[in-house]
Design a protein around this ligand. Sequence first.
Ligand code: ADP
Ligand code: MG
Length: 958
Amino acid sequence: MKNKLIHNPVHGKLKVLGFASGSGNTLWKAYELQKEMEQTHGGCPFEIVGVFSDKPDSKAVEMAKTIGMAFASLDLRAFHNEHDAALSDLGVRALYDQEVAKLIEPFGADLILLAGYVWATTEALVNHYWMVNVHPADLSAAPYGHRLFAGADGVGDTLHLRQETICSSAHLATAEIDGGPLLMRSPSHVIDYSIPEENQQLRKAVLKAVNEHSRHLGARVILEIAQGKFGMDETGHVRYCGDPVPAGVKVESWSENIPKFRRDLNAMMSPKSVVVIGASARGGLGSAILSNIQDGGFTGGLYAVNRSGEDVAGVKAYERVELLPEAPDLAVVTTPSGAVLEAVETCGKLGVKAVVCISAGFKETGEAGAVEESKLKAITDRYNMRLLGPNCMGVLNTDPAVSLNATMLQHQPTPGNIAFITQSGALGAALLDYAEHLGMGFSKIASLGNQMDVDASDLLGELRDDPYTKVVMLYLETIGEGQSFFKQVSELTKTKPVVVVKSGRSSAGAAAASSHTGSIAGSDAAIEALLEKAGAIRVETLEMAYLTAMSLSKSRTFTGKRVGVVTNAGGPGILITDRLAMHGFELPLLPGEKRDALASVLFPEASTANPIDLVAPAPPEHYAKALETMAESGMYDALAVICVPPATIDTGKIAEALVPVIKAFDLPVICCFIGPTLGAAARTVLNQHQIPCLEFPENVADVLQAMSVKAGRYERGAAAEFEMKNHLVDGGSADRRTARSLMQSRYETGYLRSDAAMKLLALYGIPTPRWHWISAPGILEVEELSFPVVAKIEHPEVLHKSDAGGVVLNIESEAALRLVVQELFNAFPGAEAVLVQEQAKITHEVILGGKFEPGIGHLCLVGTGGTLVELFQDVSVKLMPVCQKQASSMIESLKTYPLLNGYRGKAKVPVEELAQVVKRFSDMIGDLPGIQEIDLNPVTWDASSGQFMAVDCRIRVE
Ligand code: ADP
Ligand code: MG
């Protein structure tokens, strides 16, 4: 069944407005949580945007003033007095709520938290916002269908009926008091009836206890709504993580299942002590990991657990986890899958903080495995543990203070500055072998496995401040929570390059990926757009990921397009020149006098152009001199040295001559010695000195392209942030409420009626031709339209109108129109209407499209319009929001851009104006995240009037 999320984190932060009559303490508790979470790597998924109070002098308003939070208030009593009505008059209350609705409009809230509000909320509010109320009694008690403890005195009623316990309840508010579906209930407070009832002592004590729970509950429920855990199915029942929860989620204890950011991920990456569960003296996976930990020189305490309790390779072993002398920070679980749950549960009881679950046999195996995995998750949640895996290769941290190799890798990886996060454990292992050849060193390695708990985003957050990590390399098959991933990558790329190889590009690849990891691969265009916007360096192949990460770990990114090449043969010189040109690099020549000076040192046959060709037998000094001349000229942004090893010369000597030159300049230099054997000596020397060395000239050009930021496709993370903000500033300009109510005009198929779609465009300043809606033949009031006009059928089932013969162009008169309208109604029984539009003159057509990609967000597409669109597939796709600058670059990146830009004397389309339309389009979708798909096809441009017009708009909503 469909599950509509109350809030989807992909759409950004949940904006919460608090309603308070008194102190608003429940709200402030949520605010505290917000502030706390804002300090963490993951940030806070919600934001309290303001307070509304029905009492202008309430404590909540005072508090808002003190902390500088926006507030609004309208005196409820005064309002009723003015209307000469009692407070209980719901008619006047409805009027009051209408005023409130206007007052709170500017806050742009998604949800209202009733934080101790005297509420008898009417439809004026309930129909426009999600509203959450926290009630100080157990609303799940409803033996005869109605809630026993609803209403003004839930605590009193609870005591009156001598209930053993009480809890507070969070629910969605409806116009019926305490009537909406339950979301979550607090832990139960056991009522102590020995407290005397005189002077309300018992009542006060219970109220105090339950109010404390209410405050926690309010904050927790807001957090989990913001995280996208709560949804509602078609029958109006609440679902939690997809499952129905008729009595709400019952929290057993505030100390269980605490939010992730409060759990200890550090205990996984830098544990003080480790136990390997399932490591036996008879060998196998567990013992392999144990010896890796030992050989890696782990600095902390180490234990083993196995069935016999026999020590393993000198490591003290125990029969059961609970016999361990201390609670280790980290447990590495390697037992058969059937024993995992029990082992992890015992770890939890003992106080272990983190688990690396190597064992497989969970979600990746199918439905039964998925059930086991959710049980595993429940256990880690109960004990607030973090878990990597299951079904992973382990974790490595070469920080000398830790030196932990809790992996099943064959070799001890060399320490270095690359952090490698991989979704495929097997690939990670095999490629480490290769890493040695390339001279790559690692700061951290983590294999994600099924990502039941710890995912790529969690680890990326940790890497941001890791002084040992210079470059991050990611191998991904799927992207889970796109928004948090995007955020973490954007943050990281501000200071460190992030190289991503994402498989599953083809649909066949995607299918393989989904059966492999048990998750569904997202659309590649969406991921491409996401990575680009986050400033990551996406490479096509694993090989490129390795070469790029290696080069960046020893060198740096650069801006600019000027490359200097030194080589000793014509062939490789041509190959790299071609490849560099393909990437848009330039190869400027040295100035004449420098070339002359260099020529006097080199062999007479040498060329001092770019590439400088030293010729085959050139001795090491020639390489050094040529490279030095280029480096000190200041004319290059990066340099390359390509050598085809000649028979007579020791490549090691060439490398030795190059090293001091490369070290003397702060310029990225990539060397390339062709041949695994001939180039070996050079490679050894260069690896020793941390200088990138490749084997093929084309690779050098590709790696340089990947390393060149800004000049290439990749902008840094800072740009992404700017765009997000830019959007927020402009986002509120349109009349959102009207816009949202227009979104209700939908057919059963989910498509909006065209009149609503046209009105929406107008609201966001996207021009449309003047139009008229004819809902039955005979009614024709088109005086304000000027001819010629176009008539289009509006029918819930006709999506491609012209294909079905439902578009008639060039209608010149009212009489002709009357006829056409009649014919259209006759031809399409069940039609809603005929849309009549003024006919635009068309010089050019473009299309604008938008699509919601689950887990990632909305994509924006700009493309060539008309019949050309299918033929050329000439489109540019970016992740929304799109600012004007980005919109311009999208338009400029189209293959057919020259056609728009005055090709061969054609009229020039004003690109800046079109970019403005694209930006408005992006703003509109940002405001209306319920849009699943939108097509403006075509947007026409008329050279004579200079106007853009969206003549056709199709919108599908949730
Ligand atoms: P559909 O895409 O459902 O077939 P459209 O509304 O896009 O229907 O109409 C089909 C084509 O008719 C458009 O691609 C455009 O070339 C032309 N057209 C539609 N409306 C107008 C208009 N108002 N002015 C000029 N041309 C129009
Ligand atoms: Mg169309």
